[in-house]
Write a protein that binds this ligand. Structure first.
Ligand code: NAP
Ligand code: GDP
Length: 351
């Protein structure tokens, strides 16, 4: 029997929400996966602990490597050492509100980080003549103030340092594709959520608080603008689109979205309704959650991805909300047990 060599993928941002789902997908497809993990004083691999494999085991197919998007030498070294077939650049300072507080760091990580990785790739490909396929995690925040529905032809009008940094990373990708013939795809993904979503994004902030409210561990939830509308999908569905982009004959850019949008108020209604609670008795306004410039309405048109990749979202808004609420109610029940045993409740979401 002819043994075909496993595909090798290098994933930055492996410890994040999308990184964890992508890791599951690539491992299930038989890849050898190398995940870049940044150094932190506490373990930051909670989302991928269930996928950990002892590198000493002969059959291990997941390997973690320390690295940081602000350090070009480590990016070049990892590309040279791993010789990946596919690179997924998911690492970023990914929080819009925080990007107003940390604009320089956000640009450094999210825009310059992508450029550093592309440059490492360009050198590697030019020297070795190998084909390496690259995915860039672009965002609907690049559209910002552009009216919906947004598709690949909609002009970008970002409204935050994060959005601007993602636009730069997008165009670096296009430029390296056109200049050096590299296989580079930009995914323009609309908001996607899950029970693994960071706890300071609005959906997870709501479902975490809701769980604690239901368990009597918290009474109030402070939020900003409830009128903003987002096209929310399930992260598990979206990583499949990332992979599909890199399996095509030619590289291209794609919008990935559900085509439906809901307001933050709609999300509250659906989530609290699922738990049999009334959000209006618990939610209060706090202006510190407003942004200096807001993105009012994102709703994507993903017909190109459907036609070219055969990709369609599988999870509805209602299913997504129920999945997150059920998960976070379970989590709050466990917290209740700990609190009853005298432990402190971990800090709740602030951004
Ligand atoms: P996330 O949960 O915030 O994960 C971001 C990842 O990047 C984490 O692994 C984080 O490491 C890592 N990271 C941050 N700064 C880094 C640095 N300087 N060097 C190396 N790694 C660094 O984000 P996500 O929701 O999974 O999103 C994945 C990507 O898609 C991001 O680029 C995001 O901007 C983009 N995106 C997300 C959405 C969405 O709705 N989720 C929509 C469009 C685009 P730590 O775990 O150590 O913090
Ligand atoms: P974004 O679309 O990447 O900015 O994702 P977020 O989940 O952070 O925010 C989605 C929308 O919810 C934005 O329009 C926010 O202004 C709005 N929002 C309202 N209250 C809050 C809050 O307390 N925290 C966050 N993160 N967003 C909020």
């Amino acid at each position: 029997m002819i043994q075909t060599e496993r595909k090798r993928a290098l994933v930055t941002g492996t410890s994040g929400q999308d990184g964890s789902y992508l890791l599951e997908l690539l491992l299930a497809k038989g890849y050898e996966v190398h995940g870049m993990i940044r150094r932190a004083s506490l373990f930051n691999t909670e989302r991928i602990d269930h996928l950990y494999q002892d590198p000493h085991d002969e059959g291990a197919r997941f390997f973690g490597h320390y690295g940081d998007m602000t350090d070009s030498s480590v990016l070049a070294r990892l590309v040279e050492k791993i010789k990946p077939d596919e690179v997924y650049n998911l690492a970023a300072q990914s929080h819009v509100r925080v990007s107003f507080d940390l604009p320089d760091y956000t640009a450094d990580t999210t825009a310059m980080g992508a450029l550093r990785l592309l440059d490492a790739l360009r050198d590697h490909v030019q020297r070795t003549r190998r084909e390496v396929r690259y995915y860039q995690a672009g965002s609907s925040e690049m559209f910002g103030a552009a009216p919906p529905p947004q598709d690949e032809t909609t002009p970008f009008h970002p409204r935050s340092p994060y959005g601007v940094a993602k636009v730069a990373a997008h165009w670096f990708g296009v430029n390296y594709r056109e200049s050096y013939g590299l296989f580079i795809c930009n995914g323009i993904l609309f908001n996607h959520e899950s029970p693994r979503r960071g706890e300071t994004f609005v959906t997870r902030k709501i479902t975490r608080a809701l769980g604690r409210i239901a368990e009597g561990l918290q009474d109030k939830l402070f939020l900003g603008n409830l009128d903003a509308q987002r096209d929310w999908g399930f992260a598990g569905d979206y990583v499949e689109a990332m992979w599909l982009m890199l399996q095509q004959e030619t590289p291209d850019d794609y919008v990935v979205a559900t085509g439906e949008s809901y307001s933050v108020r709609d999300f509250l209604e659906e989530a609290f309704g699922h738990a049999g609670l009334d959000w209006q008795t618990h939610v209060e306004f706090d202006p510190r959650y407003l942004r200096p410039a807001e993105v009012d309405h994102l709703e994507g048109d993903a017909s190109k991805a459907e036609k070219a990749l055969g990709w369609k979202p599988k999870t509805s808004f209602k299913q997504l909300v129920a999945m997150m609420v059920d998960h976070d109610r379970d989590m709050a029940r466990r917290e209740r047990t700990l609190v009853d045993a005298g432990h402190a409740l971990p800090q709740s979401s602030r951004d």
